[in-house]
Design a protein around this ligand. Sequence first.
Ligand SMILES: Nc1ncnc2c1ncn2[C@@H]1O[C@H](COP(=O)(O)OP(=O)(O)O)[C@@H](O)[C@H]1O
Ligand SMILES: [Mg+2]
Length: 276
Amino acid sequence: MKPILEVKNLNVDLKLGKNISKIVRDSSFEVYPGECLGILGESGSGKSMTVKSILGLLDGHFTVSGEARFNGRDLLLEKGETLRRMRGKEISMVLQNPMTCFDPLFRIGDQIRETFRTHTELGRKEIYGRSIEILELMRIRNPEEVMRKYPHQLSGGMLQRVMIGIAVAMQPSLIIADEPTTAIDAITQKEILDEFIRIKGEYNTAMIFISHDLGAISRVADRIIVMNKGRVVDRGTFRQIVDEAKDPYTRLLIEKRKAVMGQYVRVLGNKEVEYA
Ligand SMILES: Nc1ncnc2c1ncn2[C@@H]1O[C@H](COP(=O)(O)OP(=O)(O)O)[C@@H](O)[C@H]1O
Ligand SMILES: [Mg+2]
């Protein structure tokens, strides 16, 4: 099987005055159809920059080199306009803070409609129907009402559901979720995570799921790469990472997680607690 996305020797440099800092170093990975690749790493390790560079979202201060083949086409060679059209349609993103992704001045329904208008030929009525449908798919109980609301009138978890709904609606071949559960409370986090697990099962969409949380990643990702200071330092399935990772940084992430789980185990008196 051919990968949907094949990244080879990706480097991202940032030039500020005379200083050049290396943000992503020689990073290579691939994502196959129907698979979820987890990118794990602490804050500042270069996870977001990796995907932003691939999608052409970095400004002129950054230099990007290497290859990022999406269905065979090297995205790093594509024009800004081509990438802009691909984003939201062939590759869609779900970001950490849903509040910043919606325009506070427009109702939710208008913003969903705008996505359909940009990427499809559907008429007004069809768009309304599809909008209701995607909200229902995301298990939003009162879709008509939600469509009339402004972003600030919805909770973070609810906005995140809407954003995931929009991301899925265009039937992209790749969904990139960058810390989609970080900015919301723990209970909603679990629900949103379940939503991703469901999407993976139902749509067979390839996915990149970025998180600093080993527990969250372990639940959705089929394979994981671990990043530290801009480099990929480990790769494998969750089990391989937990059992075999040799990189000291990866071990540290695992031990930290185990320490937290150890506390649960002691409190609950249950020896068979999963990482998730
Ligand atoms: N706009 C920017 N200007 C300067 N440095 C940046 C900028 N964005 C990110 N960085 C630096 O790039 C590195 C990687 O950032 P990022 O990819 O956002 O990390 P992560 O997503 O893993 O938390 C960090 O060290 C950060 O300080
Ligand atoms: Mg980030």
